[in-house]
Design a protein around this ligand. Structure first.
Ligand code: ZN
Length: 133
């Protein structure tokens, strides 16, 4: 596995519109697009900063993992995503090392990326996303 860059940092927000007011107006970072990922019941907005992006996540249903996260912990940093060159291979390597995965095989993420989540129990408490673009 070859991690190449911090792909993005996911931030759970109650309202993307309200969060964008801060990120765009106060920080001057332009949003490159809002996309709904139905499978994960979230709406996402990406704000690039250099090679990395901030991903705002808004739940589209009470059943969304993001809604549950906000209910438990409030708004804030939800996950860290690192980019890998070959996601299938990265997952196989991690499985072989006994690392607990949430997604054993890649699934579709925002922006056409292939993604998979690694369980916080194996990462020291953070939700880690592996992403291949
Ligand atoms: Zn993400």
């Amino acid at each position: 596995m070859k991690p190449t860059v911090v792909d993005h940092i996911g931030i759970a927000v109650k309202s993307i519109d309200e969060a964008l007011a801060f990120w765009q107006s106060s920080l001057g970072i332009q949003c490159t697009g809002v996309e709904e990922v139905a499978e994960q019941k979230v709406k996402t907005a990406f704000l690039p900063i250099g090679d990395t992006e901030v991903e705002l996540l808004e739940a589209t249903s009470d059943e969304s993992p993001v809604a549950k996260f906000i209910e438990k912990k409030g708004e804030g940093i939800h996950h860290l995503a690192i980019r890998v060159d070959n996601l299938e291979k990265a997952l196989e390597e991690m499985k072989a090392k006994g690392i607990k995965l949430i997604d054993e095989s890649p699934r579709y993420g925002a922006g056409g990326a292939k993604i998979a989540f690694v369980h916080p129990k194996s990462t020291g408490g953070i939700l880690l996303e592996l992403s291949e673009r």
